[in-house]
Design a protein around this ligand. Structure first.
Ligand SMILES: [Zn+2]
Length: 409
């Protein structure tokens, strides 16, 4: 614990955060600076056009999966944006700084925002109605101090709940967490990074106290409490503290950029996961970033909602495939990923793809059905024509295919 406090001044948590950010850097940062290595497509002008963009695809496998476009994140269930959307949003925002313009530009994308971002946007929207000519940057600066106080109060409140839970476990646990929260409460908080550090250590302390806690439910309760300590990811006030002082455009794009679909390797590359569509999920930047190196099995355990959301993701992908909205390279994608998802989640992540209409198979079937129908009707004619000569009418003569060919010839 003392080490933990001493480490506050060290770079450990930041370094780790940064290295994780680096993992998705190409996806998140390329949004603005490096728009899409794709075959040239007609520029869609409306959201509907974007939604139903039927892409004939010849590029990279990752881009093939990215081209799935607007579907729900298999992890958190939030609708995902594309890099194209983000380029457009960023360009639109850059035209004018005013709250009025920002609200109009961001409003159509509200459903793509994660909860914290949506909270910030709603507060900004309300504020912007009274300050239409001011900027989102003004909004954050104006609210920063109040938001900081709110975050400190939230933290104090969560510490109280942690102590109360710990006291209900045992005297030892109560004392341990009393000491921990007292120490953390004395740690000065000057910015959102400090909040994140305290949260990180609190979670880590709970994990290392698992044996002392010795109760699965209480352990999960404590962990959930520690995880609810405010950061810019889970709390609008912490978001305001974090981004106050930044330029309007950065704040505006930040409200949406973690909703952009990014490539998630089901089996991590570090474990030998291959760069193939059988190993890809399109996942929002936020989930991809947060999961980091956690194994899929542990991740599903921590996020049970992923089971339902994965089904939702594939249902939406399947609908697009059935409606011929996606490249044929993705025709069998929903089945192709099954193996990796099943293995990596150790059987906990399964989903139903029975709604997928098998493309080529179906065309073949349709052709065969047509053929046999034609043949059938010809055969009938043959039978009718031959009937008078048949001596055994109860066992109608089934003409060999050659018969009708001969007849036709
Ligand atoms: Zn997500």
């Amino acid at each position: 614990m003392i080490n933990a406090i001493n480490n506050f001044s060290l770079k450990t948590p930041q370094t780790q955060t940064l290295s994780r950010q680096n993992q998705i850097k190409p996806d998140v940062q390329s949004i603005i600076t490096n728009p899409i290595k794709r075959p040239k497509l007609p520029q869609p002008t409306t959201m509907m056009a974007l939604l139903y963009n039927n892409i004939s695809f010849t590029g990279h496998r990752e881009d093939l999966v990215r081209s799935i476009g607007h579907v729900s994140c298999p992890c958190c269930g939030t609708k995902m944006l594309t890099n194209d959307d983000m380029t457009k949003i960023s360009k639109d925002l850059s035209k004018e700084d005013t709250a009025k313009h920002y609200i109009n530009t961001l409003k159509p994308y509200e459903e793509y925002m994660h909860k914290t971002e949506k909270d910030v946007f709603h507060r900004f929207e309300k504020w912007g109605q009274e300050n239409p000519e001011n900027t989102i940057s003004d909004f954050l600066s104006e609210n920063r101090d109040a938001s900081m106080d709110i975050c400190k109060n939230k933290q104090a409140d969560i510490f109280k709940q942690i102590n109360s839970t710990a006291n209900s476990i045992s005297k030892d646990a109560g004392e341990k967490f009393e000491n921990l929260t007292k120490t953390y409460s004395k740690t000065p908080i000057n910015n959102e990074e400090d909040m994140k550090t305290i949260r990180k250590y609190m979670i880590s302390d709970i994990k290392t106290s698992k044996r002392l806690i010795n109760n699965e439910d209480k352990y999960n309760e404590l962990k959930t409490l520690a995880e609810s300590l405010p950061t810019s990811k889970n709390d609008a006030d912490a978001f305001i503290v974090r981004y106050a002082g930044q330029k309007s455009e950065k704040i505006g794009t930040r409200l949406l950029k973690l909703s952009v679909g990014t490539i998630e390797h089901v089996k991590p590359q570090a474990d030998g996961g291959k760069d193939r569509i059988e190993n890809y999920l399109l996942e929002c930047g936020e989930c991809n970033h947060t999961r980091g190196d956690v194994s899929l099995k542990d991740w599903v355990e921590e996020h049970p909602e992923m089971k339902e959301n994965t089904q939702k993701y594939f249902d939406e992908v399947i609908e697009k495939i059935n409606n011929n909205e996606l490249s044929h390279g993705l025709d069998n994608y929903p089945n192709a990923v099954k193996g990796a998802l099943n293995t990596q989640s150790q059987g906990t992540l399964t989903y139903d793809t029975s709604a997928l209409k098998p493309k080529q198979e179906e065309t073949k079937k349709a052709n065969n059905a047509e053929k046999s129908e034609k043949q059938g009707s010809k055969n009938e004619q043959v039978e009718t024509a031959q009937k008078p000569h048949t001596h055994k009418p109860q066992k109608p003569h089934k003409p060999h295919p050659h018969h009708h060919i001969n007849l036709a010839a």
